[in-house]
Design a protein around this ligand. Structure first.
Ligand SMILES: Cc1cc2nc3c(=O)[nH]c(=O)nc-3n(C[C@H](O)[C@H](O)[C@H](O)COP(=O)(O)OP(=O)(O)OC[C@H]3O[C@@H](n4cnc5c(N)ncnc54)[C@H](O)[C@@H]3O)c2cc1C
Length: 570
């Protein structure tokens, strides 16, 4: 045990950031650029930009042509067989093995994460959509959970700020449900996606098929896109890690910029077990970590702490930070820590074949297909009687492959070498309401191999989500029909919370310390020098992919902390 009682200066920083993923990387960059000596503690292994082992391989270069055996999958990956399609040779090194990182489920939860420097910023899908007041006001208007303590005007300038740096390609549409932002040029729709946009718009004017808004540099401006970045080559292999730094990740963007300031220290293999609270000061003094390789314990000290270990990781650290003042976890007098666990839900959508475009084709690949933003419950004319909130779709149109049966030889070759029909597919992403008793907690009687109490989940989709899902499928089918698709098939297989990989809500923001953990600046109500800006801060989920909102909240929170420090109030 090394508690560093001597040599304290050596382990004292201006700021500590826990976690190096999307939000932690952003916090580190903002802090370092403001001059703070910043320590980033990451529980996973070191990865540097460019260390993407499969990025330049073709499937035939991989030992099993990108397949992972059923045995290997069953041994390590996901208790739920249905999720295992997701694990391939090209990405398995970014996905935690469940047998190495076990968790318990009172109710099923699919926890998909990767412990390494960069976190899930390496494998994220890069979709970025702004929230609007339709989202920020929904809880209040509908009497659900608690009101958000901020509105769109509070975060809009921070969306501008982060979008410019991140580099979000997209098309302005003037929609109130996903406000336009600082876009790079969009990856254009292909001819069938363009036709689909027109056909859907004609049949359902409130439904807009737009190019997906993604954090891929369709244009590269070195003065803005600092770090180790370059223009997107449309290789469509983003999940392997991009050697061009063409999509936003902590490795290519935020941590690279932070490192250039000379103010950054990253310690990988450093599992933060708890944030240490000093009762006499009424503040956190730092964190206690365990070295993942040696088991040695060390304490680090700082003036402020940003906790960005992701929604579940952050709540686990806080729940484990028990003291005389906070016997139920740091800053948890409200009792809300770990509760209100949410995710988006998917597994519903439709696909069909579109005749009439046989003489058209497209060249190359692109980083994204289309997005259809929410169109339900956004005003009185779109109000639904039987459920609250809404859903959006991600999808695309591709030319399929001809796969004839019972044909061999030259005839087979001739058929498979000519392109098949266009297929349009669309997957629906639904909002999940915050429910107090959807939660995660720590089982202090069971420990993982690092001595951390076992994370345990208890969360389900409810009636509102189920009704919303049915409508999501129905609307998908009617849009494909309106476009003239044939052979339409639909699916509705409810996913468990977690599977959409947008976990949120375990340390929510709010106005009242009695019902929330964080104030409107993402600052703990009860521990003013601790800030939490990952998905745990969210008071609802919206329908939009959430990470750009975490980034905007992070930049805003660092700015606030900096101003408070300058005023001598922190
Ligand atoms: C396949 C996939 C597709 C996705 N697509 C999208 C998308 O299109 N758009 C979108 O908005 N989001 C998407 N997401 C979700 C997105 O990746 C997450 O919202 C985002 O990464 C969350 O950022 P974070 O900083 O909270 O957590 P992470 O990026 O997960 O980083 C958390 C870091 O904290 C570390 N950590 C955890 N516990 C500790 C501890 N005790 N001590 C030290 N370090 C710790 C972890 O190892 C990790 O590196 C996708 C995710 C995946 C996996």
């Amino acid at each position: 045990m090394n508690l560093n009682l001597r040599g304290k200066d050596e382990v004292t920083y201006d700021a500590i950031v826990i976690g190096s993923g999307i939000s932690g990387g952003y916090a580190a960059m903002e802090l370092c650029e403001k001059g703070y000596k910043t320590l980033v503690l990451e529980r996973g292994r070191m990865v540097k930009h460019g260390e993407y082992p499969t990025a330049n391989l073709d499937n035939w270069d991989l030992p099993n042509q990108n397949h992972v055996s059923a045995e290997e999958k069953a041994l390590h990956y996901f208790k739920q067989e249905r999720l295992r399609w997701w694990v391939n040779e090209d990405n398995k090194h970014w996905i935690n093995k469940d047998d190495e990182y076990p968790y318990q489920e009172d109710k099923r939860f699919d926890w998909i994460r990767g412990h390494h420097v960069g976190g899930r910023s390496i494998m994220w899908g890069r979709h970025c959509y702004r929230w609007s007041d339709i989202d920020f006001e929904a809880n209040l208007k509908e009497g659900v959970a608690i009101d958000w303590p901020i509105r769109y005007k509070d975060i809009a300038p921070w969306y501008d700020y982060v979008e410019r740096f991140v580099g979000v390609s997209g098309q302005k549409e003037g929609l109130k449900q996903i406000p336009d932002g600082q876009f790079l040029k969009a990856f254009p729709l292909n001819c069938v996606e363009e036709y689909f946009r027109e056909a859907v718009g004609k049949a359902f004017p409130e439904r807009v098929v737009t190019p997906g808004r993604v954090a891929n540099l369709s244009e590269y401006h070195p003065d803005i896109h600092k770090g180790m970045r370059g223009k997107c080559q449309a290789r469509d292999r983003c999940w392997r890690g991009c050697p061009y730094g063409a999509y936003f990740s902590s490795l290519s963007a935020t941590l690279a910029v932070a490192a250039n300031t000379g103010n950054l220290t990253i310690l990988p293999d450093s599992i933060v077990n708890e944030i240490v609270f000093d009762r006499s000061l009424g503040k956190a003094t730092g964190v206690r970590i365990k070295d993942a390789k040696t088991g040695e314990e060390t304490e680090f000290f700082s003036r402020i702490v940003f906790c960005n270990a992701s929604t579940i990781g952050t709540a686990a650290i806080l729940l484990n930070s028990r003291s005389e003042t906070f016997p139920d976890g740091l800053g948890n007098d409200s009792g809300e820590l770990g509760h209100n666990l949410m995710d988006h839900h998917y597994g519903m959508g439709a696909s069909g074949t579109l005749p009439g475009f046989e003489d058209t084709y497209y060249k190359g690949r692109k980083a994204v297909g289309f997005y259809i933003p929410r169109f339900r419950n956004i005003d009185e004319s779109t109000r639904q009687k039987d459920y609250l909130r809404g859903f959006g779709y991600q999808g695309g149109a591709i030319r399929g492959v001809n796969e004839p049966k019972g044909v061999i030889g030259k005839e087979l070759k001739d058929i498979i070498f000519s392109p098949g029909p266009y297929q349009i597919h669309m997957e629906c992403f639904g909002e999940m309401l915050p429910y107090h008793d959807n939660m995660m907690y720590l089982d202090f009687d069971k420990k993982d191999r690092h001595g951390m109490p076992m994370i345990t989940f208890k969360a389900t989709l409810r009636d509102n989500e189920m009704k919303l899902r049915q409508d999501g499928v129905k609307c998908a089918v009617e849009m494909l029909e309106a476009a003239g698709c044939k052979d339409i098939s639909s699916h509705n297989i409810a996913t468990a919370p977690g599977a959409c990989i947008h976990e949120m809500g375990t340390a929510r923001m709010g106005r009242d310390p009695k019902t929330s953990v964080l104030n409107k600046w993402n600052q703990m109500h009860e521990v003013p020098n601790v800030f939490i800006t990952d998905g745990s801060c969210m008071a609802s989920t919206g329908t939009q992919n959430p990470s750009i909102t975490y980034m905007a909240l992070t930049a805003r929170a660092v700015d606030y902390a900096h101003k408070q420090i300058n005023k001598g109030e922190l």
